[in-house]
Ligand binder design. Structure first.
Ligand code: ADP
Length: 638
């Protein structure tokens, strides 16, 4: 048994690696730079966790989503592996404690959000760490050709130069060939090396339906496919409306979006995961990090802005390998809506500057101030206050993020936490001298461990009820102890944060590159175009279209998407169908012909030929000319 398999078994209890995991682990273990392309749920985490455990030192993991980061840290801790996370929203002192622990406490994993990397503080701390591997999750974020470019990822290249002999493992689930190359270049790979698991999902049937009444069609789907599902819609209001509609029709459904409180989201997610709710209607906020194997259908009522996003979301179906459906319901008004969104996604540069200044005023950041500071940010309040269009404001902020002026975190949901700042003896002396605080301190020490070395989560309601005091009173006591530097207490914070990466600038100094603006616009337009093409093109196997988009030109027809199924109705084998198409193409490309002549000249069962020709006419691949001869409208798709 290899040392890696031993680690896999010892810490996770898994007997063997999945496809491509072992190759990645071995390559990283031998010091190579690697890009791993595995689908969501394919087991990317194991590929850096195992080699890091096999080597002395600590593994740095860069990942943009704080919620996922926390999940992973928790998960490792439960396996007895020392791991911690550093992200925006942590105080200076929390970070200091974290880095000290990372350097001197035998920690194996340090998770970092990318905007932390650029800080001088981090650069200083880095020197203290013995880093064995640099793992980059969601690595497509480093490429502006990807669908989620984050400029703070570019800072990773700087860390690389401080860690010249440390291998890098970049991981992503979705990247086009152009992005794959870009990732390796931006991360300064010493040699290019990619391991990719095929994106083919054999048990997932992709279906596109052109329908006017989407809700009615949704009902049909839910009635005919038993089991759990996800319905994706574009906006928060629609999540509620569709869930309500399904409830009225007698189905168990609930809705989910990022605007709900963390407690509600957790509960709804758990209810769905544990099959108390059958259908969850959600915005794209749902699904990240969700690992439910038996999702039988994923229906999109709105077309996502990129095939990367569609593939990720649709791919949440059928993780258990059993048959599942990914259905896109589409009609012409979607295209109109998409074009409108496109315009709003690129507010003029002057508008972006205006929103930057409004934002800075709103957050009370003075000119020349704010660098590396984080501010809690209530987006709805912001747009209400300045009467801004939500889409425009959102995209202006995104643009400022992409230009490296600020970074916007996902929802933080940080619980209250505290640490003791004094040694046990000093604490004891304090307790004796301040009897009023003695009971509180004793209760904290009895209820939680590790408080002298690290920040520990506390539950104020629990402490207050044990002491028989109100939460406000408890809060005052904890604040008082913090002022005396006996403890440091940080109350929970849960709204997203904006971190300024540069000091606030006046308009004349705020530079928004026209070149970036134009190239991003083009990139976005290309992605929309690809998504529209997928929705609008009934002449190709859906799976082939998606796989080709991700660079797999040799993909086979899936035999189960709407296109393949329409063809199976002809009762022909794939080979027969393909031969027939080839022969129709050969004849008509020489010269247009009347139907009877065409059928006669094809060496095939006549009624089958007629059926397929009619089908091709219906699909618009063949058409009648004025003289009643059939002609090709373009290339025939097999
Ligand atoms: P990804 O990051 O690629 O979406 P994860 O790393 O979260 O996927 O892994 C998905 C699930 O698969 C996790 O529950 C993980 O423990 C499990 N898993 C990963 N590798 C293996 C393996 N070799 N054998 C069994 N289960 C595995």
């Amino acid at each position: 048994m290899s040392k890696y398999t031993e680690i896999l078994e010892k810490h996770w209890g898994y007997p063997s690696f999945r496809e491509k995991q072992e190759e990645i682990v071995e390559a990283v273990g031998s010091g190579k730079d690697v890009l791993g392309l595995l689908p969501t749920g394919g087991g990317k985490s194991i590929t850096f966790q195992v080699p890091a455990l096999a080597t002395e030192g600590i593994c740095l993991v860069v990942t943009p989503l704080i919620a996922l980061m926390k999940d992973q840290v928790e998960n490792l801790r439960q396996r007895g592996i020392k791991a911690m996370a550093v992200y925006s929203g942590m105080t200076r002192h929390e970070m200091k404690v974290a880095f000290d622990n990372a350097a001197y406490g035998n920690y194996k994993f340090l998770y970092l959000s990318p905007e932390r990397l650029g800080t001088k503080y981090f650069q200083e701390q880095l020197g203290k760490l013995q880093v064995n591997l640099l793992a980059i999750d969601e690595a497509h974020c480093i490429s502006q050709w990807g669908y989620d470019f984050r400029p703070s990822y570019l800072k990773i290249a700087d860390i690389r130069s401080s860690l010249p002999n440390v291998p890098v493992l970049a991981l992503t689930a979705t990247a086009t060939p152009k992005v794959v190359n870009d990732i390796m270049e931006k991360l300064a790979f010493r040699e290019k090396l990619v391991f990719q698991k095929s994106f083919e999902r054999k048990n997932l049937a992709y279906v596109v339906r052109q329908v006017d009444d989407k809700q009615k069609h949704l009902l049909k789907i839910i009635q005919s496919i038993p089991g759990t599902g996800v319905v994706y819609v574009r906006n928060r209001k629609a999540t509620r409306e569709v869930a309500q509609f399904l409830n009225e029709q007698g189905f168990s459904a609930d809705f989910y979006h990022a605007g709900l409180s963390a407690a509600i989201r957790d509960r709804r997610q758990a209810d769905w995961k544990e099959d108390r709710t059958r259908i969850i209607v959600s915005t794209n906020a749902f699904g990240m990090g969700i690992d439910k194997p038996d999702v039988r259908f994923v229906v999109h009522l709105d077309l996502p802005d990129s095939l990367e996003a569609y593939f990720q979301e649709a791919g949440r179906g059928g993780r258990d390998g059993e048959k599942a459906y990914a259905v896109l319901l589409y009609n012409k008004s979607d295209e109109k809506a998409m074009k409108m969104r496109f315009t709003k996604s690129f507010p003029p540069r002057d508008k972006i500057k205006e929103i930057y200044q409004l934002l800075s005023n709103y957050l009370q950041v003075a000119l020349g101030e704010g660098k590396n500071q984080s501010y809690e940010f209530d987006f709805s309040d912001f747009i209400k206050k300045f009467k801004l269009d939500a889409m425009i404001a959102f995209h202006a902020i995104k643009f400022l993020e992409q230009e490296g002026y600020l970074s916007l975190s996902d929802d933080l949901n940080n619980p209250s936490r505290l640490i003791f700042l004094v040694e046990r003896d000093d604490l004891y002396r304090f307790q004796v001298a301040n009897i009023r605080y003695d009971t509180l301190i004793k209760l904290i020490l009895r209820s939680y461990t590790g408080l002298f070395n690290d920040y520990i989560k506390i539950d104020e309601s629990f402490l207050a009820s044990k002491l028989g005091i109100s939460r406000d009173e408890l809060y005052e006591m904890l604040k008082y102890l913090t002022r005396l530097k006996i403890i440091n207490y940080i109350p929970s914070n849960s709204s997203p944060l904006i971190t300024y990466l540069k000091e606030r600038l006046e308009n004349s100094l705020l530079y928004l590159s026209k070149e970036h603006y134009d190239s991003r616009k083009k990139n976005y337009a290309d992605k929309l175009q690809a998504a529209l093409h997928y929705a609008n093109n009934p002449y190709r196997c859906r799976s082939q279209m998606l796989l080709e988009y991700f660079g797999d030109e040799s993909a086979k027809r899936c035999g189960q998407c709407d296109y393949c199924l329409r063809k199976t109705e002809h009762n022909l084998t794939q080979f027969e169908y393909d031969s027939l198409i080839e022969s129709i193409h050969d004849h008509l490309s020489k010269s247009p012909q009347p139907l009877e002549k065409l059928v006669d000249s094809i060496d095939f069962i006549p009624n089958k030929s007629i059926q397929v020709i009619r089908y091709l006419i219906d699909e618009g691949q063949l058409r009648y000319r004025a003289d009643n001869c059939l002609e090709l409208t373009g290339k025939l798709f097999s």
